[in-house]
Design a protein around this ligand. Structure first.
Ligand SMILES: Nc1ncnc2c1ncn2[C@@H]1O[C@H](COP(=O)(O)OP(=O)(O)O)[C@@H](O)[C@H]1O
Ligand SMILES: CC(C)(COP(=O)(O)O)[C@@H](O)C(=O)NCCC(=O)O
Length: 403
């Protein structure tokens, strides 16, 4: 089959790779790349996917070019089926979801115009994901997918064995930054802040112009928390982190309330009152601790009331969920503020799926950053909160593989 004339199209790439390999009896460019040698000018991987396999959630982004896949071959048929399956459904198996509200249309990637789709599933369901990928014929394709997150290491062998797929591994923090910059450029309303975060009647999301982003502090709240100081698109350093992150919130909430999902935990928290659980400054001082500027309503001791049997008998599941959310969020806010101070950064960007469907945490962070910095620091948020690492992978050729 002669290579199709449209250079970027998948048909062209597959046909050209096959032809070259047959003629020269050489491995495909993607295999050459994996062996650490230089490849030719063709993209060395299937450029349509990027994965971030995190401690809790796996994120899969899929680029659907508008203009591909003419012609006939088994590979093209399989790819067409995968494309149809991914884009016509918004849930996959028992626990996979496509976040349709985040879909980005008319994005240009390597000269092709297309749509980016955003899909997530629990990392604990990796076996099911691999089975599904197998059912859809993935194992019949010679593919390399760019992947990041701890799971890119942990599941590397499973991908190879189950679906004949190689993972080209990238550092998760570098991928995160690449993805963030790309998405912000392509999504005009990506970045926002919360105005009047403590007043529900006035509180609103306000668009923020992030076109000149540097320098800023990046706080990624996933299972755990990583904090990066970002000086430019290529200068980024992990300055701190904490193990008390989104995974801690969910784990503690499940233990304390018997809930089973993140959505359930957030919905319980929305109806709870943390002051039934926490000990406030006014519970200790009877009012403000004025000398050090500590208002009476400030939490003095998270869960500090729960040593009392009487208090314990009165708290609800909702109160416990709310107190857990407040505890974890305030702790992250406090560490982020200290890092921002230490590195003289005014803008603090919070990302990660802990912030998914979680306006309570975002407003708390917005308020805490503003209040404790006397208005000099700003908490910023991004719409595609948990997907930047996967997008960073989608953008990669195999130039920075961790072998
Ligand atoms: N559907 C969900 N299932 C589990 N956790 C979720 C879900 N949605 C949001 N979360 C929150 O997001 C966190 C994971 O965030 P994420 O950025 O995906 O990190 P990781 O890469 O470590 O998986 C969880 O610990 C939890 O707090
Ligand atoms: C190890 C991790 C980078 C993994 O990333 P994650 O899957 O949590 O997004 C992160 O959980 C982390 O930075 N934890 C905090 C470790 C610490 O500084 O104490």
């Amino acid at each position: 089959m002669a290579p199709h004339s449209c250079k970027g199209c998948l048909h062209y790439i597959i046909a050209k790779r096959k032809k070259m390999s047959e003629l020269e009896n050489k491995p495909l460019p993607m295999e050459v790349e994996q062996n650490g040698l230089q490849n030719g000018s063709d993209p060395p991987s299937m450029p349509w996917f990027g994965m971030d396999i995190g401690g809790t959630l796996s994120k899969l982004v899929y680029f659907e070019p508008k203009d591909i896949m003419q012609g006939e071959s088994e590979e093209i048929d399989i790819l067409k089926n995968i494309r149809k399956y991914l884009t016509k459904n918004s849930s996959y198996g028992k626990s996979g979801h496509r976040d349709t509200h985040l879909q980005m249309d008319n994005v240009v990637l390597r000269g092709l115009v297309g749509t980016i789709h955003f899909i997530r599933f629990p990392t604990s369901a990796m076996k099911n994901f691999l089975n599904l990928a197998n059912q859809k014929g993935m194992a019949k394709l010679v593919t390399t997918v760019s992947a990041t997150g701890g799971g890119a290491f942990k599941f590397e062998e499973d991908f190879k064995r189950e679906v004949n797929m190689k993972l080209a591994k990238y550092d998760e923090l570098e991928a995160l930054l690449k993805g963030l910059i790309f998405i912000d450029k392509n999504s005009p309303t990506e970045c926002y802040y919360w105005s009047n975060p403590t007043d529900d009647t006035k509180c609103a999301k306000v668009n923020y112009d992030f076109s000149k982003p540097y320098p800023f502090l990046l706080v990624n709240i996933g299972s755990g928390v990583s904090i990066l100081s970002v000086k430019s698109a290529t200068e980024c350093k992990r300055v701190s982190g904490t193990s008390l992150g989104g995974g801690t919130f969910l784990g503690l909430c499940c233990l304390l309330t018997g809930c089973n999902t993140f959505e359930e935990a957030i919905s319980l928290a929305a109806d709870g009152d943390h002051t039934h659980v926490d000990k406030l400054v006014k519970d200790i001082y009877g009012g403000d601790y004025a000398k050090f500027g500590l208002p009476g309503d400030l939490v003095a001791s998270s869960f500090g009331q729960m040593n009392s049997r009487d208090r314990r008998s009165k708290v609800s599941r909702q109160d416990l969920a709310r107190a857990t959310l407040v505890t974890i969020t305030n702790n992250i806010g406090s560490i982020a503020r200290m890092c921002a101070m230490q590195h003289s950064l005014e803008r603090v960007v919070f990302i990660g799926n802990f912030l998914r469907v979680n306006p309570i945490a975002m407003k708390l962070l917005a308020y805490a950053m503003d209040y404790w910095s006397n208005g000099s620091m700003k908490a910023l948020f991004l719409e595609h909160e948990g997907y930047f690492g996967a997008v960073g992978c989608l953008l990669q050729y195999h130039d920075n593989i961790i072998r």
